[in-house]
Design a protein. Structure first.
Length: 330
């Protein structure tokens, strides 16, 4: 009888141990699992919409930059093929010269043979190659505009009056300016508010290649960012960003009106930013082309056009440039 009572007690204690262990495991799981607050559906949808808009804008920007890079790549490939053809031609000429030298008698010196071949090669040069072989004239002037700069910045008024009435004429004048600079070290295009045409080249120089020039002109066809009809912001930002004591820069302003409060304040600010170089000249030449859009309106509405001409005449005079006032904006 005593033995049977002891066995029941051992069974009861084991059962209590199992129950306690299970309960403890449940409590431990509740402590480890942290509750997560539910996110409202409206907030998550708003975040996703904003992210989608941002991703679309990035895709559009990347597509534009990819198009420009592809054009640049095509130009590089064309140049590479041209260089390969020139190398093959030169190798053929070298082989011919070596054969001629081998057949030359001992009485004819090597120097005489080389001199004769050099004279023959000079006769075959095209007129363009002769022009390039001559030293370039420094500080040259074309149409009254000095073209000695190594870098060019365009500040273009993209306001409604320019874009709607004078944009085709502006593009023609833009191309005319590019034509007088066959090759420079860097380009940049900004609107009168200081906004860059290509965001990928923000605060950097655009390399001067035929493909880049074509891309700039193509983008100009429908480039129309916001403008306040005043070139001051673009001029000041361009000088602050790109001024360097070791660089010759020409800044071209294309516009038709100035709506700012003070011409004198603008002139003083530009004088402070555009410091003089070692030779006493300002390092950034400022040129301007005025489009007479405002002068097609009534006399009482021509004030902003007159103020633009006054401001540009003063800025170009004080900064070594030229102001060109057109007589037709079409």
């Amino acid at each position: 009888m005593k033995r049977a009572r002891r066995e029941n007690e051992e069974i009861n204690i084991s059962f209590l141990d199992v129950i306690c262990c299970g309960f403890g495991a449940i409590v431990l799981l509740l402590l480890l699992v942290r509750p997560v607050e539910p996110v409202p559906v409206e907030d998550s949808e708003t975040d996703l919409d904003g992210l989608l808009v941002e991703l679309r804008e990035r895709v559009f920007a990347l597509r534009g930059e990819t198009r420009v890079l592809n054009q640049d790549l095509d130009s590089k490939r064309e140049q590479l093929e041209e260089e390969a053809r020139r190398i093959a031609t030169l190798k053929g000429e070298l082989s011919g010269l070596q054969q001629r030298l081998a057949r030359t008698s001992d009485q004819v010196s090597v120097d005489a043979v080389i001199a004769a071949e050099l004279a023959s090669a000079k006769q075959k040069l095209t007129e363009e190659m002769r022009r390039l072989s001559r030293p370039q004239i420094q500080d040259s002037v074309i149409g009254g505009i000095p073209v000695d700069s190594e870098y060019i910045i365009f500040i273009i008024d993209t306001s409604g009056s320019m874009f709607n009435y004078s944009w085709n004429r502006m593009i023609r004048e833009f191309n005319a300016v590019l034509d007088i600079y066959p090759r420079v070290k860097g380009l940049q295009v900004m609107n009168d508010m200081g906004e860059y045409m290509f965001s990928s080249y923000r605060r950097k120089w655009i390399p001067d290649t035929p493909a880049r020039r074509r891309a700039i002109v193509q983008r100009l066809q429908n480039w129309n960012p916001f403008s306040n009809s005043s070139p001051v912001e673009g001029i000041e930002r361009a000088i602050r960003t790109f001024y360097a004591p070791d660089k010759k820069i020409s800044l071209y302003v294309f516009g038709d009106e100035f709506t700012g409060p003070s011409i004198e304040a603008v002139v003083r600010t530009v004088d402070r930013l555009n410091k003089r170089g070692a030779g006493g000249q300002r390092m950034v030449r400022i040129h301007a082309v005025g489009f007479p859009v405002q002068f097609a309106r009534a006399s009482s509405l021509q004030t902003t056009g007159i103020r633009f001409a006054t401001l540009m005449r003063e800025l170009t005079f004080r900064n070594g440039g030229t102001f060109v006032g057109l007589n037709d904006f079409r």
